[in-house]
Write a protein that binds this ligand. Sequence first.
Ligand code: AN7
Length: 380
Amino acid sequence: MAFRDRYTGLINRYRDHLPVSDDTRIISLGEGNTPLIRLKNIPKLLGKDVDIYVKYEGLNPTGSFKDRGMTMAVTKAVEEGSNAIICASTGNTSAAAAAYAARAGITAFVLIPEGKIAMGKLAQAMMYGAVTIQIRGNFDEGMELVKQVALQAPVTIVNSVNPYRLQGQKTAAFEIVEELGRAPDYHCLPVGNAGNITAHWIGYCEYSAQKGTRVTESCAFCDGNCRYAGGPIVGNRPVMIGYQAAGSAPFVRGEAVKNPETVATAIRIGNPQSWDRAWKVKEESGGWFDELSDEEILAAQKLLAQREGIFCEPASAASIGGAMRDIKTGRIPEGSTIVCTLTGNGLKDPDTAIKQCGDSRMMTIDANISSVKDAILGNM
Ligand code: AN7
C-alpha cells in the first residue's frame, strides 16, 4: 500500500459525509475500520440457515465504539475554540473522552457513578489524565448534572446529546454496507442512551439515499448535520433491533426506569438521552426493542468467547444474545443476513469475566513435569 493510502481514521476516510472542512484540525487515533467477522460455529449451534456477522468495535483505540463519536466531537470542540470537554459516563465514553482530550491537549472532566464502572474503564480515564469525578449517584443523575454545569462553565458536552457524536458513529454503518455490498437484513445493538442505534440508522439512511441527492432540509435525527433528509431511498436498509438489560430496560417498559441495575454496567441507564429518536428508528425500520436477563447476557458473552474466539464486554453481548433468541423463535427468519455490533472489548471488565468463569478449566499445580502431565492428560 502506498504511503498516501495509510489509514488515518474515520474523519479522513469519510470526510465528504462529515461536517468538517479542509482547514479543520482533525483529532484522531486511527479509529474505525473495525473487523466485520462472520460467525462460523454459533449459526451451526442454532441449527438455522442464517448469516451472522459481528462488528467488533472493541478493536477501536480505546476499546469501544465511542471513539467514532469522540473523534468528531473533540475535533469540533477544538475547532470551536473549546479548552475543556465534559461527559457523564458508564465508563466507555469517559475513556474515549479522556484519550481524545489528551491527544488534543485539552482537559477532560468525566463524571462516573462510584463503584459502578468496570475496572478497565476507570484505569483508562485515570491513565489518560482526565479529571475523574466519581459521584454518589448513577449515570442518569450524572447526565443531568453535566447538562446543568455546561450552562454555567466553559466546557463542551461530549455525551451523545452533542450532535457530532452521532455523525462520527454513523460511519460504522457505512463500513458495513461497503463490506457486505449492501445493508444487512437485521442490525442488532445493545441500547443504553440509544445514541448508537440512532447513529447507525442515520448512516444506513444516508448511504442508501439516492446517489447525488443533496438534501438541504435537516432530518429528524441529526440537527442538520447529515446529507439525508428523507430523500429517495434506493439501497436497502436493515430492520433495527435494540436489546436492553432487563433491570435497565426503559424502551421495553415504555418509560424511564428509576433505579436501573444490571451486571452490564455500560448500559445501566434508566433515562435514555435519545428517547424520541430511538422510537423513530424502530418505527421507520420496522424494528423492535427487547430485554435480556443478566444471566442471558453473561451466557451469550461466554458462548461468543468460547465458540468463536471473540471477547466482548457484557453489554455488547446483549446484541448477540438477543439475536440468537430471535433467530431461534423465527422472529428473525432463516435466510437473513444479520449484523450484531459488539460495542466494547471484553478486556474492559476483567472482574466480571473472571467471576463468571468459576467453572473454568483453570487450576494451580506444583511446578514439576508429572503434575503438568496429569493436568494435560486429565483435560484432553
Ligand atoms: C459497551 O460510556 O453510555 O445506546 O457513558 O459502553 O449509544 O448509549 C455507554 C454505552 C452499548 C450503549 N455498549 O450505547 C457511556 C455509555 C457499550 C457501551 C452502549 C454503551 P448507546
